[in-house]
Design a protein around this ligand. Structure first.
Ligand SMILES: NC(=O)c1ccc[n+]([C@@H]2O[C@H](COP(=O)([O-])OP(=O)(O)OC[C@H]3O[C@@H](n4cnc5c(N)ncnc54)[C@H](O)[C@@H]3O)[C@@H](O)[C@H]2O)c1
Length: 256
């Protein structure tokens, strides 16, 4: 996609790997400077080097996306080092640990699931909100799951977290429009070659993904396909689009 993000700074959570990494590289190719917020220093530094080799500014900011204080400190450091943050791609840090039938889930895990799948996205949005309000500009792209739009066995809890994010996307878009901050979400089902894909393929639930591979008439999307949509939602071309949910699933389902 031909878009210009020169002069913009993007912060990508979970940017060391998978969809976050693909999005970080895609935005940098379009001219953005990039902050990689992750807990995996070695992988993040490789992405930072790749972006610097393109002639952009890039920095790694270590944090635990599941802990608000860690996220807030990281966001403040990123703003201090880069001068500002215009774009947030909120990805990464989910886990397949909670991909189980409801009767198999431990009730003590409910909080951990919501924290990692839903609240982690809200922590980084909250941590950047005052800054985006001050600059009267922001583009927020929430990466979440189609399980929040369509009943998905083994994903009742993950789906409820994602459904929460779907509603949050619309409500926050409505609240934040007064500060020129756009909020949109990308909902994914199975992304071939991503960390979550590899993690599921290593479990007994692999047959679910194998079936998806056979059923996706357009082919299963890759992290690059998701990054292309993230770039559009981050770009000026989508400046009048907010509160929208876009599913990227190769035609596996048609949630509305
Ligand atoms: N990949 C898929 O098939 C799929 C399917 C449905 C939804 N999704 C959505 O897409 C997002 C991205 O998926 P993905 O497969 O690229 O990666 P992922 O969610 O497994 O994230 C990987 C990155 O997150 C980092 N990370 C993990 N825990 C962290 C923590 N506590 N603090 C800081 N960093 C942490 C890792 O170091 C890694 O760089 C998911 O979070 C989910 O919301 C993905």
């Amino acid at each position: 996609m031909l878009t210009k993000l020169d002069g913009r700074v993007a912060l990508v959570t979970g940017g060391a790997d998978g969809i976050g990494k693909a999005s970080a590289l895609k935005l940098a190719k379009s001219g953005a400077d990039v902050v990689i917020a992750d807990r995996n220093r070695d992988a993040a530094m490789k992405v930072v080097s790749e972006i610097k080799a393109m002639g952009r500014r890039a920095t790694f900011q270590e944090c635990d996306l599941w802990v608000y204080d860690s996220v807030k400190e990281m966001a403040d450091r990123a703003i201090a080092e880069m001068g500002k943050v215009d774009i947030l791609i909120a990805s990464g840090a989910t886990t397949v640990k909670y991909a189980k039938f409801f009767h198999e889930l431990d009730p003590n895990d409910y909080v951990g699931c919501l924290n990692s799948q839903q609240w982690a996205r809200l922590y980084i949005i909250r941590a950047l909100l005052d800054h985006m309000k001050e600059q009267n500009y922001g583009k927020i792209v929430i990466i979440t799951s189609d399980a929040g739009r369509i009943a998905t066995p083994r994903e009742s809890l993950i789906g409820s977290a994602a459904a929460g994010l779907v509603l949050m996307t619309k409500t926050l878009a409505s609240e934040f429009a007064r500060w020129q901050i756009r909020v949109n979400a990308l909902c994914l089902t199975v992304i071939q070659g991503s960390p979550a894909f590899e993690a599921v393929m290593a479990t007994e639930a692999r047959h679910v993904f194998q079936k998806a591979l056979e059923r996706a008439r357009l082919g299963l999307p890759t992290p690059e396909d998701v990054a292309e949509a993230a770039l559009f939602m981050a770009s000026p071309e989508s400046d009048r689009i907010t509160g929208q949910i876009l599913s990227i699933n190769g035609g596996l389902s048609f949630p509305g």
